[in-house]
Write a protein that binds this ligand. Structure first.
Ligand code: PEP
Length: 257
């Protein structure tokens, strides 16, 4: 779909301190030009401690790189030691926040209810959620990747208006392909991304569904991104490991070259 601007987002996970973050974003700014930014939206999802430094650099040099966080609290303030709120991220002018990444689900027990509450917290403060969904290896082996992922989608988006849903980003990340070097085939990615768009049309309407960006994530690299991006319902990539190398991430942004 020509009407959907691809979104390439780097998920740094727990890597790069604030000094490394500045150097990294400067390298991206050197490597990318206006033509790239006209064609593709570029974002980095960074550790909380990097956000202020990234904001200062992006603001000061008017960079077209967007940035955001990898998680947020479902609560807006209060006695939640160690958490970071939506208002705090909004104050730092974050565009995006990843929600329900498989590592949050796996290591921090995030269930559908928490993911849904965090999505609503993001919308309360003008942040765009990148909602991560996707099946584990056992579910894939049982051939249940579509119903499993659609159930996660339903849970994450529960109670959202069509207007809110219109700006959401969905990241389909099969857990067995994250950080494993095992990339889903383009056909595997399309199967589930297409099913996600079909469900979005059922939940809202076709026009809304056609406008929503659906990313694929799972061992995306410069060498495999073009084939995945060629699929009709894949509108971008959520990139972990390969996003830690700025030269590689620039090549991913230039997937059409
Ligand atoms: C991710 O963290 O969202 C991810 C897809 O990681 P990787 O690209 O390293 O598989």
């Amino acid at each position: 779909e020509q009407s959907r601007t691809p979104l390439m987002a780097g998920n740094w996970k727990m890597n790069l301190n604030h000094l490394e973050a500045i150097a990294h974003v400067q390298k991206l700014a050197f490597g990318l030009n206006d033509k790239d930014f006209d064609a593709v939206e570029v974002a980095v999802l960074v550790p909380f401690t990097d956000l202020r430094s990234v904001q200062t650099l992006v603001d000061g040099d008017r960079l077209r790189i967007k940035y955001g966080a990898q998680d947020l609290s479902a609560h807006d303030s209060g006695a939640y030691t160690g958490e970071v709120s939506g208002p705090m991220l909004a104050k730092l002018k974050c565009t995006y926040v990843a929600i329900g990444h498989s590592e949050r689900r796996q290591y921090h027990g995030e269930d559908e209810e928490i993911v849904n509450a965090k999505v609503k917290a993001a919308y309360r403060h003008g942040l765009t959620p990148i909602v991560c969904v996707g099946e584990g290896l056992d579910v894939r082996k049982a051939g249940r990747q579509v119903p499993h992922t659609l159930a996660q989608l339903d849970g994450a988006l529960k109670g959202l208006s069509a207007e809110q849903a219109a700006s959401v980003v969905i990241a389909y990340e099969p857990v067995w392909a994250i950080g494993t070097g095992e990339v889903a085939t383009p056909e595997d990615a399309q199967e589930v991304c297409g099913a996600i768009r079909g469900r979005l049309a059922e939940l809202y309407d076709q026009q809304t569904a056609d406008g929503i960006r659906i990313q694929y994530g799972g061992s995306v690299k410069a060498g495999n991104v073009a084939a995945i991006m060629a699929q009709p319902d894949v509108d971008g990539a959520l990139v972990g490991g390969a996003a830690l190398d700025p030269d590689e991430f620039v090549k991913i942004v230039r997937f059409r070259d």
